[in-house]
Design a protein around this ligand. Structure first.
Ligand code: IMP
Length: 191
């Protein structure tokens, strides 16, 4: 089965391709010659996932899914949340965002957080939503070189390594994205 993953993020694409295995052929936006910036202007993670998936479906009339992810930190009232990509400002880097989180949490004892992924899948114009959540805490400093985004400062519950210290295989078994993608797989298998 062929499905378009409405993302330009090569890390997400690589993770989802690994999780889905070879039962599905996942096409990127590049593969369908889509080089546009996809709007993400909603106020919720769910809203952004839907917006991205419908944007591609409406333009290309092709079955597709989109993922929107946010890091929700309890001591910051759920921030950066839906603004995780641009927490430190427009056009900021992963490093800028990580440094901003560490700064905001300086001297805070409650460092609990969670990653949430919402996948919006559109098949024949009908939407289905899948969610994945992993709880954890924010470390005092960066640890590890793997992964991307906030991985070096996220310690999943029950583990002593950050997402950036765990192997890609391990992250792809337990992560927010893995949990949401497993639900997507189950749904597709039933079709
Ligand atoms: P997006 O809006 O879904 O593309 O993701 C928002 C931001 O969350 C990204 O720019 C990354 O900084 C971060 N992010 C998304 N997924 C992950 C992940 O699996 N690990 C660490 N950071 C992530």
């Amino acid at each position: 089965m062929k499905l378009v993953f409405a993302t330009n993020n090569k890390h997400k694409l690589e993770e989802v391709r690994k999780i889905l295995g070879n039962q599905f052929e996942i096409l990127s936006l590049k593969d369908i010659n889509c080089f546009e910036e996809i709007p993400e202007t909603q106020r919720t993670i769910e809203g952004n996932a839907s917006q991205k998936a419908f944007y591609i479906y409406n333009r290309y009339k092709i079955d597709c899914f989109a993922d929107d992810t946010g890091l929700e930190i309890n001591a910051l009232n759920g921030a950066p949340g839906v603004y995780s990509a641009r927490y430190a400002g427009e056009n900021c880097s992963y490093e800028d965002n990580v440094q901003k989180v560490l700064k905001e949490l300086r001297n805070k004892t409650n460092r609990t957080a969670r990653f949430k992924t919402v996948i919006s899948l559109i098949i024949n114009g009908e939407e289905n939503i899948f969610k994945g959540i992993i709880k954890g805490r924010i470390t005092e400093e960066k640890r590890g070189k793997r992964g991307f985004g906030y991985d070096p400062i996220f310690l999943p519950e029950g583990y002593s390594e950050t997402f950036a210290e765990l192997s890609a295989d391990k992250k792809n078994k337990i992560s927010h994205r893995a949990l949401a993608t497993q639900k997507l797989i189950k749904f597709l298998a039933r079709l």
